[in-house]
Design a protein around this ligand. Sequence first.
Ligand code: AQP
Length: 349
Amino acid sequence: MAEATHRRRVFSGVQPTGGLTLGNYLGAVKRFVAMQDEGEAETIYCLVDMHAITAGWPGREALRAATHELAAAFLACGLDPARSIIFNQSQVPAHAELAWIFNCVARLGWLNRMTQFKDKAGRDREAASVGLFAYPNLMAADILVYHATHVPVGEDQKQHLELTRDIAAKFNNDFGAPDFFPLAEPVIEGAATRVMSLRDGTKKMSKSDASDMSRINLTDDADTIALKIRKARTDPEPLPGSVEGLESRPEARNLVNIYAALADTTPQEVLAEFAGRPFSEFKPRLADLTVATLAPISQRMRELMADPGELDRVLGEGADRAAAIAEPILAQTYDIIGFVRSRRMATGA
Ligand code: AQP
């Protein structure tokens, strides 16, 4: 549907809210790299730093360090600034400008249904920032300011993507601009679209979880990875022979899914190899596979982080290229609405 009137364009973002986890890698960044390498569409990947202050300000230096670490992680995982546009959100004001428009399009009732807001706001909803509540509107702007058609994300972002489509459809309808914004499609693929906490198989692995043992960080060394996997919660049963046998065994299912995603195979294939084997045999193999994948990434990240000036240069160049796409689309949006255009915008459409 999105491709009928819009050319294929991929957009996705990650918040610089701390080091990336294996969940972010398998659920999102690995897919970003695959879509870049497929070469079928322009790929735009954003460090969404404006989202990173919605749940609190980590401090100036911490935010900068997290942004540099995320930029290094993107590059170390295989994103290539020559083939993808890589930049941080706050350098392209069109995101925030379009988000305001979407604040006037999205309905309170829609945002009230967002489960991520409920999770992140916790019990004291009144104390949550307006930015946290309106987060999905900024996310919709991030995507639609590029007329992106495809958005690779983890399972947890599915609801926000549905809202993005609702906002696009309502804008197109209410402002009399059929097909102006594409109905962007989520790309949620692979065996690990929802990697769960190593301590609790019902909670997603998250970079802001209080327990470091709940996640594997891209920067963890081999010993730490082995320890976290050894200590990962499981049940006493051996591995089953089929995926049906993983039902009601969330921790076992999580580890099998992680193995399958890392090995680029399916959970069924993994079980075919490990059926009837205890976790004491499976876990060391999973640890070896994880280390083999992450060691070169963390080594490259360390090298890249040693030169923050170069990371800033990559982000700045990406921001210029991103703005060159976003500004004309924002100018067209303003024109559709009837805003009298500024000189900056007049050249854009
Ligand atoms: N556990 C996960 N499994 C699969 N995919 C995941 N993603 C996040 N966690 C998992 C995907 O990673 C991308 C970037 O996420 P984000 O940084 O924008 O924020 P998030 O979804 O809120 O991720 P975190 O790790 O839980 O961050 P914090 O703790 O800061 O909130 C998204 O595509 C997401 O689906």
